[in-house]
Write a protein that binds this ligand. Structure first.
Ligand code: KG4
Ligand code: ZN
Length: 342
């Protein structure tokens, strides 16, 4: 006897992307993401503007996700939404939408932790897709977070290391800002790094205990380095752009992997995954493959569209929560600083 497939709607609105996805068991039928151009000129996400844009985007994005999936609204058995962490004004839009939709359709709600979503993006796909086995280590690197996560089961995770200041994505974006790139500049650093010599400039790396990270010192040392060089040659940045980007990227990748390798060795775990927006970085991906080969790791890299913020990862998390009966009720509220253990 085959069970009826579980169709869920996923909603993500934690930062500056409004996204809706339809999932049928673990298969994504649609994953619509509306980005917000508006923040580019401000050099970062402006919370008030993000919230307003979510309001405008949410209905069309959900409608498009349902249409693309080729299902009817009535086929949806539950709605999974990002409860936090993130920007409160942004989270409120997705959370309120989910409540209204659940009420109107008389279906349950699943309040998803965004950080679980990044990790569980690895479980999107059918039988044919190779997935990590438990326990595995996931390095979640995004614009807001840097976490080394010990994943014991789909809904049982422990943060074993984190950043004490900036996230890895912020290190990329803040450096990009210093170089005059628009927000978010991480992908541009990646692009220019392709043709650069990563060993040309050396930046100091932090000396953090355990599995923790720190990136604010790097940002400061890059700032002083650029100021000094520009004093001697005002065309320094444009002349050396590729080498600067390659060297910065290499430094960030080195910092990230030192702790990942340490954790893998000490915990004796060789199933290694990366997640989050920065896992789209080509230097990060290349290093993971190299270390994987050297250390006989099984490595897992999410599909590009599931690296940056998206509702598909919220939907897959909702899928596992639904099967465990972890439903939210109408009294739920968005929580900007949602802790990792829900
Ligand atoms: O996961 P995400 O979409 O949003 C958060 O939850 O923060 O991550 C966005 C971050 C930004 O900092 C962005 O610059 C960075 O991911 N990013 C990259 C690349 N693609 C996205 N950083 C470096 N290289 C990339 N290719
Ligand atoms: Zn994210």
């Amino acid at each position: 006897m085959s069970l009826k497939p579980l169709i869920l709607l996923g909603i993500e609105s934690s930062c500056d992307d409004t996204s809706a996805a339809i999932i049928k068991d673990t298969i994504i039928l649609s994953n619509v993401v509306a980005g917000q151009e508006i923040h580019t000129k401000y050099g970062g996400v402006v919370p008030e503007l993000a919230s307003r844009a979510h309001q405008q985007n949410i209905i069309p994005v959900v409608q498009q996700a349902i249409a693309q999936a080729g299902i009817a609204k009535e086929d949806i058995a539950g709605v999974a939404f990002t409860r936090g962490p993130g920007l409160l004004g942004s989270l409120v839009v997705g959370t309120s939408f989910a409540k209204a939709f659940a009420l109107a359709q008389n279906i349950p709600m699943l309040d998803v932790n965004h950080m679980y979503g990044h990790v569980l993006a690895h479980f999107i796909g059918g039988e044919e897709k190779k997935k990590p086995t438990f326990p595995f280590i996931c390095l979640t690197i995004s614009g807001g977070h840097t976490q080394l996560v010990l994943v014991k089961d789909h809904l049982s995770m422990e943060v074993i290391g984190t950043t004490i200041d900036d996230a890895a994505g912020e290190a990329f974006d803040k450096t990009a800002k210093l170089l005059g790139f628009p927000y978010p500049g991480g992908p541009l650093i990646d692009k220019y790094a392709q043709d650069g010599d990563a060993s040309k400039f050396v930046f100091a790396k932090p000396n953090m205990p355990n599995y923790d990270y720190s990136f604010s010192g790097l940002k400061t040392s890059i700032l002083y380095f650029l100021q000094k060089q520009m004093k001697e040659n005002s065309a320094f940045v444009s002349e050396e752009l590729n080498h600067i980007c390659a060297s910065v990227q290499q430094t960030i990748v080195d910092i990230l992997f030192t702790k990942l390798v340490k954790a893998s060795k000490e915990l004796g775990i060789s199933q290694i995954a990366i997640a989050g927006g920065v896992s789209a970085n080509s230097g990060v991906r290349k290093r993971l493959l190299e270390e994987g080969q050297k250390r006989k790791w099984d490595v897992f890299i999410p599909e590009f569209q599931y690296c940056t913020d998206n509702a598909a990862m919220i939907a897959i998390t909702g899928h596992y929560m639904y099967h465990q009966g972890l439903f939210a009720d109408q009294s739920i509220s968005a929580t900007a600083r949602l802790t990792f253990n829900r």
